[in-house]
Design a protein around this ligand. Structure first.
Ligand code: 6GU
Length: 251
């Protein structure tokens, strides 16, 4: 997969590849990365990338010409079928489903705006606008890095344990279950007995129940548009019925 970020701060984006899953994915050539800097496409002596907004008001707006030239350069170096994605708080909310959709593409060009915004006409070269949440970042670089991290870990071979991906998709759309490692006993509590039982089917049920229960408690909206299987429905009902009885967190 060919990942390009259009940014005034390529060093900031490069930090994503310093280590971890993303760094390893690039070492293994699962991805190719590039950045294109709009400043390299200015023609004036000051290399101006921003200007004052028409209509007045505070802040600066990124100029359309350097941005469009940078996007054109990125497109020229990307595989056919690579969309241009503008990082913007006005965009479609980024979620796991969109991450999966992006991960199936031959490439992505992520455009990170800076300052108070970009000239609206730059959107003429944009296929998607994507937001990573309802808060305002100073620039799109961090948002682009979030999107790339979520996409890269979905690429075949990027995550060490293939089973952990299978589990990700199994619990898809639900919150994760609790995890424990040694020691078995600690001043703050015990590892649940079922996880030490060796009964894989019981462990699967417990984890699914915890995922369903936590989602119901913390993010009920995630369950709203969702058809539960009979097993899931029974496990969740059980969880709800037992709330406050055997849940130490609800003492
Ligand atoms: Cl994608 N960009 C910027 N600049 N701010 C954001 C965002 C994106 N998503 C949430 N806030």
């Amino acid at each position: 997969m060919h990942l390009t970020v259009v940014t005034l701060f390529p060093d900031l984006v490069e930090a994503l590849y310093a280590g971890g899953i993303a760094g390893r994915a690039r070492e293994r050539a699962l991805i190719r990365t590039a950045s294109v800097n709009p400043r390299d496409f200015t023609r004036d002596v000051h290399r101006t990338v921003d200007d004052r907004p028409y209509g007045g008001g505070p802040g600066m707006v990124m100029k359309v010409e350097p941005l469009l030239a940078a996007i054109a350069e990125a497109k020229g170096a990307s595989p056919a079928g690579t969309p241009v994605v503008m990082m913007s708080p006005q965009g479609q909310p980024f979620d796991q489903a969109l991450a999966r959709e992006f991960a199936a593409l031959p490439g992505l060009i992520l455009v990170a705006g800076r300052y108070e915004g970009v000239d609206e006409r730059a959107l003429s070269a944009v296929d998607w606008e994507v937001s990573i949440g309802d808060y305002v970042l100073s620039g799109g670089e961090l948002a682009a890095m979030v999107v790339m991290d979520a996409v890269i870990r979905l690429l075949p071979g990027a995550v060490g344990d293939a089973a952990s991906c299978a589990q990700d998709s199994f619990w898809d759309g639900l919150l994760d279950c609790p995890h424990y490692t040694r020691p078995e006993t600690h001043a703050t509590g015990e590892v649940p007995a079922v996880l030490r039982s060796g009964d894989h089917e019981a462990i699967r049920r417990w984890r699914l129940q915890q995922s369903l229960g936590r989602t119901w408690l913390r993010r009920p909206g995630l369950l709203a548009g969702r058809e539960l299987t009979r097993e899931q429905d029974r496990l969740l009902q059980d969880f709800i019925d037992n709330l406050g009885i055997d849940d130490p967190a609800c003492g």
